[in-house]
Design a protein around this ligand. Structure first.
Ligand SMILES: [Zn+2]
Length: 136
C-alpha cells in the first residue's frame, strides 16, 4: 500500500491510500472534477509526518482561499469606485491571488513563530526566578 497524492484544480491536494500496483493517472474528486496524480510516497512517510506539517499544509490551503477572497473583495470595491471615479479596477487573476497568498502565508508563518502565551509565561517565570536568585 502507498499514499498517492491527487491534485484537483479547485481543492488542491488530496491523499489517497492505494495499492501500489493500482494507481490511476487521474481520479474523480468529490466535486466531480478530475484530479491529477502528482506524487506517490511510501505509506511510512505518511505516518511519520507530524501534526505541525499537516497544520501548515491546511493553513496553506486556507491562505489561498483567503487571498482569493481578499482580491475578489478588492476588485468589487474598486469596481464600485470605478463607476463613480473612472479608475480601472484591478482584475482578479490567478497571478494576483497567488501573489497575495504568498504574502498571507508569510504573514501567518511569522505569526506562528511568535511565542505562545504558555511560552511567554515560562519565560516570565524564569526571569522572576533569576531576579530572586540575584542578591540585592
Ligand atoms: Zn475538487
Amino acid at each position: 500500500m502507498s499514499i498517492q497524492v491527487y491534485e484537483c484544480a479547485d481543492h488542491g491536494r488530496d491523499e489517497v491510500f492505494l495499492r501500489s500496483s493500482d494507481v490511476p493517472p487521474t481520479r474523480e474528486c468529490p466535486c466531480g472534477k478530475i484530479a491529477v496524480h502528482v506524487i506517490s510516497a511510501p505509506a511510512r512517510i505518511h505516518i511519520d509526518r507530524d501534526w505541525n506539517e499537516k497544520a501548515n499544509e491546511a493553513q496553506g490551503h486556507g491562505v489561498y482561499n483567503q487571498a482569493k477572497a481578499q482580491i475578489t473583495n478588492m476588485y468589487n470595491e474598486t469596481r464600485d469606485r470605478e463607476e463613480r471615479h473612472d479608475t480601472p479596477a484591478p482584475k482578479v487573476t490567478e497571478e494576483a491571488i497567488q501573489a497575495a497568498a504568498v504574502g498571507l502565508d508569510k504573514e501567518q508563518r511569522t505569526r506562528a513563530t511568535r511565542p505562545t502565551p504558555q511560552q511567554k509565561q515560562v519565560a516570565f517565570a524564569r526571569k522572576q526566578e533569576k531576579k530572586l536568585k540575584t542578591p540585592v
